[in-house]
Write a new protein. Structure first.
Ligand SMILES: *Cc1c(COP(=O)(O)O)cnc(C)c1O
Length: 458
């Protein structure tokens, strides 16, 4: 008999979770203004809100926590981390930050000014927030295939070179401080970018004299997809693919809470000394001295170890397989999802799931609330609430996709948990015709509203 696939690790520590009752969940979600961010985690059974900072560290990482050097300046743990980043990514300069958006804040302070445009593939919400906060604009150049959830395309994170060149032609070089490739592309469904596309975008950027940066939160998962979907790379190791990817970029911002499997941490990697010097000033101002940047020594030590583990093929295979397992299970129940499944999450297409619900009543959010009520599973809306209002007109921006993201924390849940989540979704799917009303906004912040928004049931 062919042996089934199993994870390359076993569990040493456990944490209890509690399901709650239907009545309890109804009460808790109402008290939270139907905003899943406002729930207490004790009131969540299976938490698929995010894969950010929610992973399980290994025994080796916990050992590094004990070995952390807490010196303010010149910490041993800093050098361990900076050596790791330099070796893995091949970038000569490195600045530690406390998380990904902090890296964006520091880098963009050095590079972006009012009136600039920053093309990319569906910029992540904090990236877009930091661009728009500086009165600059993020221009989405993602390929059209990304917005058709039912069509299979292996690299839905790719940039459309025609769209990108149009931006390069329309605006003077001085107004385009950088182009950002998000790997994998979170917003379009955890979809990877091919090495071919990275090369082509890099060549186009060079032709127009534009810097190319990666938003690298899930660079290792992206490398795994390159290895498994791009024929030329089938026999190339993950770390060689990673080096290859980064060889085309001028720098990167990284949220280490994703592929580096730590609970907090981030960094900027750079090729250019001048940008490094400029960014260093902001790093000291916003984050901390150059050899800790908002992290403790032990955080940096565990992070260095996590970067090695996160780029291990066996680990990545177990990770991507578990996400695909949930995706396949949902498809088995006829639930419409973004295909193929992404690296870190399954994205349920709420427009196709709840076609009778008007978009003005927030389809993906409605589905997210239903899932919580059904089984205590917390997902997150990637739709109109996240897309925020147009900064000029203050009108709601209705994105092409209304998605419910089920993000899987790394090394945390079992296949049984995935079965449970799929069954909850199937139950909702079977009663989808009864879901005819959604929600209206009663309170919202001027920027990144989804975190604190309050809603009322219509
Ligand atoms: C999470 C994330 C960020 C922001 O990082 P934080 O660590 O949450 O501040 C930026 N870009 C992408 C693609 C992300 O997934």
């Amino acid at each position: 008999m062919e042996l089934p696939y199993t994870e390359p690790y076993k569990i040493k520590t456990t944490e209890s979770i509690r399901q709650g009752t239907c009545a309890e969940r109804e009460k808790w979600i109402k008290e939270s203004g139907y905003n899943l961010f406002k729930l207490r985690s004790d009131h969540v059974f299976i938490d698929l809100l995010t894969d950010s900072g929610t992973g399980a560290m290994s025994d080796e990482q916990w050992a590094e926590i004990m070995k952390g050097d807490e010196s303010y300046a010149g910490s041993r743990s800093y050098f361990k981390l900076s050596d790791t980043v330099k070796e893995l990514l091949g970038m000569p300069y490195f600045l530690p930050t406390h998380q990904g958006r902090a890296a964006e804040n520091v880098l963009f302070s050095a590079l972006i000014k009012e009136g600039d445009v920053i093309p990319g593939n569906s910029h992540f919400d904090t990236t877009k927030g930091h661009i728009e906060f500086r009165k600059a604009a993020a221009i989405d150049c993602t390929i059209d295939e990304a917005f058709d959830t039912s069509g299979f395309y292996p690299f839905k994170g790719n940039l459309d070179l025609k769209k990108l060149e149009k931006v390069f032609k329309k605006y003077p070089k001085e107004k385009i401080p950088l182009c950002i490739i998000t790997i994998t592309c979170n917003t379009s469904g955890g979809q990877p970018v091919s090495m071919k596309n990275i090369k082509e975008v890099s060549a186009l950027c060079k032709k127009y004299g534009i810097r190319l940066f990666f938003d690298a939160a899930r660079f290792a998962e992206n490398a795994f997809f390159i290895k498994t979907r791009e024929e030329e790379y089938m026999n190339v190791g993950i770390r060689d693919i990673v080096r290859g990817m980064f060889s085309y970029a001028d720098g990167a911002t990284m949220s280490c809470k994703k592929d580096a499997i730590v609970n907090i941490g981030g960094f900027i990697a750079l090729r250019d000394k001048e940008i490094f010097d400029k960014a260093s000033v902001f790093n000291i101002m916003f984050e901390g001295y150059l050899t800790y940047g908002g992290m403790s020594g032990r955080d940096m030590a565990a992070l260095a170890q996590g970067l090695w583990e996160g780029t291990d093929f066996q680990y990545l295979e177990s990770r991507i397989r578990q996400v695909a397992y949930l995706g396949d299970k949902l498809k088995y129940y006829n639930i419409p999802i973004q295909e193929p499944t992404g690296g870190h999450a399954v994205f349920v297409d709420a427009k196709r799931f709840l076609p009778k619900l008007p978009k003005q009543q927030f389809q993906a959010q409605t589905l997210a609330v239903e899932l919580y009520k059904e089984g205590g599973v917390r997902g997150v809306e990637i739709g109109t609430l996240l897309a925020d209002r147009n900064p000029q007109t203050r009108e709601n921006r209705y994105p092409k996709l209304e998605l419910l993201r089920l993000a899987i924390p790394r090394r945390v849940y079992t296949y049984n948990h995935m079965d449970y989540v799929a069954a909850c979704m199937a139950n909702i799917y079977n009663r989808r015709n009864e879901i005819t009303t959604g929600y209206k906004i009663i309170k919202e912040a001027p920027i990144m509203r989804h975190f604190t928004i309050e809603l009322e049931k219509l």
